[in-house]
Design a protein around this ligand. Structure first.
Ligand SMILES: *[C@@H]1O[C@H](CO)[C@@H](O)[C@H](O)[C@H]1NC(C)=O
Ligand SMILES: *[C@@H]1O[C@H](CO)[C@@H](O)[C@H](O)[C@H]1NC(C)=O
Ligand SMILES: *[C@@H]1O[C@H](CO)[C@@H](O)[C@H](O)[C@H]1NC(C)=O
Ligand SMILES: *[C@@H]1O[C@H](CO)[C@@H](O)[C@H](O)[C@H]1NC(C)=O
Ligand SMILES: *[C@@H]1O[C@H](CO)[C@@H](O)[C@H](O)[C@H]1NC(C)=O
Ligand SMILES: *[C@@H]1O[C@H](CO)[C@@H](O)[C@H](O)[C@H]1NC(C)=O
Length: 433
């Protein structure tokens, strides 16, 4: 989804040229005409999957690089790096042979669900630079969905506890909100939540576990209105919001956590095991991982429902107007003020990091740490009748994919998708990965 939003942005920005994009003060940029091979002395960095800067000479600190999406530069003598956007990387369309000394960079903020190959070391080590959700990548995208410090503190959509209690009665609201329409996930969140629903009431409005209809205009298309004031106001009415990621990866944190936090509904979070590192205060969310079972979690939530003082301990960012987390603040305050787009800021940072590293001749091999996801499991299968988590097989098959891809690349061979997939399945069947 993020990718779609961003692509739309790029298309619009493309029409107006670079002037629309707000640059950091050190950035200087001149356009170069697309399609022409120009004999520059500066390193050329090519986006293989169309993304990011196209046809621009940019100054990054003390250094300069040419950024392009035009594959005519693939054979350019100054080509130093090729960058990929993870979701769009396609096996049958890779720059083969990989010239010696050409560095590869991977940018991917999205869930591994969009390209499960990257959860495996076999695939990651093909790359030399990374910008992923992980804090260990060159340019971490952990906070890419969090607008800013002011949004965490703002009371624009915040509804005080007394008012929430009143609304619950008047509008017959449950204590918990669940709003999700992608129901087949690696994390199998719906299995956990349907068990939880046996012990505490949940209003489920999306396609998943639906038991209630959204009000007014949100009903037709809430997904297109995820960032609207309407939706934020709606979420703000709820004491708690279920914020379950579709996959469990270190630092993979999405708007599912940030939206309730910014409107002042307490998130009940499942996803990155270390997510508390990024909360405004250690107790700004309820962590599913802290409870033995959905039943235990429900019991705890009933306690908070009975005692407003206890409940309000989770809202210090709104009620005391305070963020007590140096890691979070430092990261948010690094961003220049008045950003046109948070994503654009990180993207340009990544491009510039690659540029500087090339000039400094710094390179490495990307490691598992930079895309650290938990293998899907059956731990939420409370109902023995439910069939096995099919994502386990997909996960294992993609491990073969990574291994096979490396073999092809080392032989300088390109491959058709059908052939690749058949071989990958064969390797999986023969337990070769
Ligand atoms: C693959 O191509 C690269 C760059 O053209 C070359 O250096 C390398 O020797 C080739 N490897 C094989 C196995 O052909
Ligand atoms: C609510 O919780 C607070 C904080 O733990 C406690 O001091 C208070 O006695 C509780 N109130 C009731 C009615 O249980
Ligand atoms: C979180 O906020 C509470 C106030 O609600 C405060 O007492 C507590 O010290 C804060 N926790 C941390 C780790 O700063
Ligand atoms: C939050 O609590 C954990 C232990 O529960 C602690 O390790 C961590 O340092 C705390 N974080 C902050 C920001 O105080
Ligand atoms: C860059 O580093 C590589 C490997 O460390 C080395 O072989 C190469 O000579 C270096 N190139 C320059 C221009 O310093
Ligand atoms: C860049 O990645 C390639 C592919 O894994 C690897 O062969 C190469 O050694 C890496 N380059 C450096 C300088 O680490």
């Amino acid at each position: 989804m993020c990718w779609m939003k961003f692509r739309t942005f790029l298309l619009i920005a493309g029409f107006f040229g670079a002037s629309l994009i707000r640059l950091t003060p050190s950035d200087e940029e001149t356009s170069i005409s697309g399609g022409e091979l120009v004999d520059f002395y500066d390193p050329v960095i090519l986006w293989w999957t169309p993304f990011g800067s196209d046809g621009a000479s940019r100054t990054c600190g003390k250094f300069k690089c040419i950024f392009t999406q035009d594959r005519v530069y693939w054979n350019h003598q100054n080509l130093k790096a090729i960058l990929f956007y993870g979701s769009n990387l396609e096996i049958h369309d890779l720059p083969v042979p990989r010239g010696s000394g050409i560095k590869w960079g991977l940018l991917h903020e999205e869930s591994p669900r969009n390209n499960l190959m990257f959860v495996h070391q076999e695939t990651l080590r093909l790359f030399n630079y990374s910008s992923t959700f992980s804090r260990f990548s060159d340019v971490p995208l952990t906070l890419v969905d969090l607008p800013g410090e002011e949004d965490l503190l703002s009371k624009k959509y915040f509804i005080p506890t007394k008012e929430k209690n009143r609304l619950m009665n008047e509008e017959n609201l449950s204590p918990l909100l669940y709003l999700q329409s992608n129901c087949d996930t690696l994390s199998e969140r719906d299995l956990y939540i349907s068990e939880l629903m046996k012990y505490i009431a949940v209003d489920a409005y999306g396609a998943c576990l639906n038991n209630r209809k959204l009000p007014g205009p949100l009903r037709d298309n809430y997904i297109g209105r995820l960032n609207s004031g309407e939706l934020k106001k709606f979420v703000g009415k709820y004491k708690f919001t279920l914020a379950f990621e579709n996959a469990v990866c270190e630092d993979y944190i999405t708007e599912k956590l940030w939206r309730p936090l910014t409107v002042g509904s307490v998130p009940i979070y499942y996803g990155s095991p270390s997510f508390k590192d990024w909360l405004p205060n250690n107790s700004s969310a309820v962590a599913v991982q802290d409870f033995k079972s959905p039943k235990d979690l429900a019991e705890f939530l009933h306690q908070l429902m009975k005692n407003d003082t206890l409940y309000e301990q989770y809202l210090s960012h709104k009620l005391i107007h305070e963020i007590r987390n140096d890691r979070l603040l430092e990261n948010l305050r690094k961003r220049p003020k008045g950003l046109f787009s948070v994503f654009e800021y990180y993207l340009r940072n990544f491009e510039c990091q690659v540029c500087e590293k090339i000039h400094r001749n710094e390179s490495r091999t990307v490691s598992k740490e930079e895309y650290n996801c938990e293998k899907p499991s059956e731990k939420f299968n409370y109902n023995r009748k439910i069939v096995k988590n099919s994502w386990i097989d997909v996960w294992n098959i993609e491990k073969c994919g990574g291994k096979l891809l490396t073999e092809y690349l080392l032989k300088n061979q390109s491959v058709k998708s059908t052939e690749f997939n058949a071989k990958k399945m064969e390797m999986h069947k023969e337990n070769k990965c």
